[in-house]
Design a protein around this ligand. Structure first.
Ligand SMILES: [Zn+2]
Length: 479
């Protein structure tokens, strides 16, 4: 009876707060909602808070009106009257992942020409299902679609993560896909940046053939609006990009061409030759180490994208049935065929050594004080898929030598901080948005448990991970 009275009082006082959170959501979104009470207590749960601190066992986390209202020992944390209580014994919660090299497209099977169809149907659901509650797209093929998708999700009409939309790729002449506009000059770069900021994008990505003049002009225009620029560069080395004001570098060491002696200024050299050049160098000393120190001095972040690189290493990427099931049959065949060709060419491949070097680089970059961000990059020849790939990234950070807690910190808090959102997301603390992932297991002890996602809370609404995945089975490669 007291419960009923308390609830009644609350509703009389503040009617809006008593509505289930999901009442603002469209019916097709509500289908995937598992928990939507305005007050929810997650009890007896292991809390990995994203700060890198040791996990706390037997905790209670109270969600109220979309936010974390309380967090502490189960024995002493008060559960509000009328709250729905979930006993999460044996389970862990982590902050929602903040994916920093995400895309809303996926490589189409077949070709040439290389095409990257938008995956506005499957990817938003798969990101959320995988525990990714915030994404930054690191380059867009259909920026208008990405922006409309973001608005639809924010308005509760579609399901997906919070989106920080990046503008169209800032690419120079020589793009490898007709999906990209090629800038004409520095003025075109400035105009493009100004135009897309007005449309609502909040970051930019420079691409492989951009000229130094174009990158300089784009960065200046973006910074004037407080907007950051990242890059997957080739024509420009990392140190040159840092001097031009770039904020973040995608992928890491493997794409830095500055160590090739024959590289011409402003031009993308043969990537295989550039890779061979960096394989002759040490990470912890010499030119690579100088590059690391230069990035740290300029406060340039690096985004790790190990899952896409892993697919190029012969016989390395796991054949995850969740990933294969998500694909259109033609996409699955195309991926497996290319994967086996890579295995056949193992004797001649540099990728085993390159991947090892990349892991060493990322560890050393952080050791020297650099900010490492985490993403999956669902490109390459396929097989790297929204959500699943983000979990794989965290596992691969552990292979690089980070502890599971450090890896989770990189994939949550670091991204939130880079986006300027750490006051709202990225760690679990009272007052923050209730963006968190319920995991059946203990990823602090076994990082593979990060794949055992049960419920993903975004702004306090709990979504059914398995149901989301099932709803788009076979879509990847198509839509
Ligand atoms: Zn990418």
């Amino acid at each position: 009876m007291r419960k009923v009275l308390a609830l009644t009082f609350c509703c009389l006082a503040l009617p809006a707060l008593c509505l289930p959170q999901a009442s603002k959501l469209a019916p097709e979104v509500r289908t995937f909602v598992k928990e939507d009470a305005s007050a929810i207590a997650l009890t007896h749960v292991r809390v990995i808070d994203g700060t890198g601190a040791a996990p706390h066992a037997d905790q209670t986390l109270v969600i109220r009106d979309g936010k974390i209202a309380a967090l502490g020992d189960a024995a002493s944390t008060k559960i509000p009257e009328g709250a729905k209580t979930l006993d999460l014994s044996g389970r862990s919660i982590i902050p929602g992942l903040v994916g920093m090299h995400e895309h809303l497209y996926y490589p189409a099977p077949g070709g040439p020409p290389a095409l990257y169809p938008e995956h506005a149907a499957s990817f938003p659901r798969l990101y959320l299902a995988g525990g990714v509650t915030t994404i930054r797209t690191a380059g867009s093929i259909e920026p208008y679609t990405d922006l409309e998708l973001k608005r639809s999700i924010d308005d509760g009409k579609m399901i997906g993560p919070k989106i920080h939309a990046t503008g169209p790729y800032l690419e120079g002449p020589g793009a490898f896909t007709i999906d990209m506009h090629q800038l004409k000059d520095a003025e075109d770069a400035r105009r493009t940046v100004e135009f897309w900021i007005a449309q609502g994008v909040t970051s930019f990505k420079a691409y492989m053939n951009i000229t130094p003049e174009e990158l300089g002009a784009a960065t200046k225009a973006a910074h004037a609006h407080g907007i950051k620029v990242t890059g997957h560069l080739c024509s420009i080395g990392f140190r040159e990009a840092a001097a031009l004001g770039i904020d973040d570098l995608e992928h890491g060491l493997v794409v830095d061409t500055e160590f090739l002696a024959s590289k011409k200024p402003g031009l993308c050299p043969n990537p295989t030759e550039a890779d061979k050049a960096l394989l002759t160098l040490e990470v912890a000393s010499g030119p690579i180490h100088e590059m690391i120190r230069d990035l740290v001095a300029h406060h340039v972040a690096v985004t790790s994208t190990l899952p896409v690189f892993e697919t190029f290493v012969p016989n390395r990427a796991p054949l995850d049935s969740r990933v294969l099931d998500a694909m259109l049959p033609e996409a699955r065949i195309s991926y497996l065929r290319r994967r086996s060709l890579i295995s056949d060419g193992a004797a001649k491949s540099d990728w085993t050594a390159l991947f090892k070097k990349e892991l060493e680089f990322e560890r050393e970059f952080v050791r020297q004080g650099g900010t490492l961000l985490a993403g999956l990059d669902p490109t390459g020849y396929g097989g790297v898929i929204a959500g699943f790939g983000d979990q794989r990234e965290v596992e691969l950070l552990v292979e690089a030598g980070f502890t599971p807690l450090e890896s989770i910190h990189i994939a949550t808090s670091n991204g939130a901080e880079f986006l300027g959102e750490l006051d709202k997301i990225g760690t679990l603390a009272p007052g923050k948005q209730a963006d968190l992932v319920v995991i059946d297991g203990d990823p602090s002890a076994n990082i593979r448990d990060i794949e055992k996602v049960e419920i993903v809370f975004k702004d306090g609404v709990g979504y059914d991970s398995a149901k989301l995945i099932e709803s788009v089975r076979g879509f990847v490669g198509l839509r």
